[in-house]
Design a protein around this ligand. Structure first.
Ligand code: DX5
Ligand code: ZN
Length: 215
């Protein structure tokens, strides 16, 4: 399984989106992580389809869309049609998570399921047979620049153990929130292989060095 860095757009200068995308791509980011927030599932509103349509045109790396919205099934078609390569939704936000996974798969793209720090592994277990990625939030979703919650590491190990025992070694485990040159090691040791980073890489003087340090 490949180790990947997914740069979170939320950490960039949103008034200079095209240049920020180019900058982070040339710094070596593998994916572009796009945080969609609705002000209901989380206490913040970020951006939605009009912005991400433009982002898709400006970016050449895969688009990793993270939906922090209630009732995500309503919006899967929109975010798939604009060119997402992966769509991750929150288990806590969906009344029928399997239906959301199936809807994402009907577009022929990767499906991710995410859990907040307080959600136990047992809640996500029924879906480990069908998802392509599990996003373990390492902060409360809603804002960039928060401190890494170390209690989440145990959940990463547990999910990796379950996936391995199911023979699903190809499934990605992504971590998101407070990932930097130090916490990335803990996540990697626990079994994560996709590392989202916003403030750490966009705030760095040398972005290529920051991406390198994660890799
Ligand atoms: C938080 C978002 C993250 C956020 C990460 O809810 O899902 O993707 O941008 O930002 P940092 O890396 O600054 O914690
Ligand atoms: Zn995110």
């Amino acid at each position: 399984m490949k180790d990947l860095v997914s740069a979170s757009l939320l950490g960039c200068d949103l008034a200079d989106l095209k240049n920020e995308i180019k900058s982070i791509e040339s710094a070596g980011a593998d994916w572009l992580h796009c945080d969609v927030m609705d002000g209901v599932f989380v206490n913040n509103i970020s951006f939605g389809t009009p912005v991400l349509k433009c982002v898709r045109k400006a970016a050449s790396v895969p688009m990793d869309t993270h939906l922090m919205i209630t009732d995500p099934i309503r919006y899967i078609d929109d975010y798939a049609n604009l060119g997402s390569d992966n769509i991750t939704f929150h288990l806590e936000a969906a009344s029928n998570p399997q239906a959301v996974i199936d809807k994402i798969h009907s577009h022929g793209i990767s499906a991710g399921i995410s859990i907040k720090p307080g959600t136990p592994v047992s809640a996500v277990k029924p879906y480990l047979g069908s998802v392509d990625m599990v996003l373990v939030m390492t902060v409360e979703p809603g804002f960039g620049g928060q401190k890494f919650v170390a209690d989440t590491l145990e959940k990463i190990s547990e999910i990796r153990y379950i996936l391995d025992s199911m023979g699903r070694t190809e499934v990605n485990i992504e971590v998101d929130g407070g990932v930097n040159g130090e916490t990335v090691k803990l996540c990697r040791e626990a079994g994560a292989n996709v590392f989202v980073s916003g403030s750490y890489i966009f705030g760095a003087e040398d972005r290529a060095a920051a991406v390198d340090s994660l890799k």
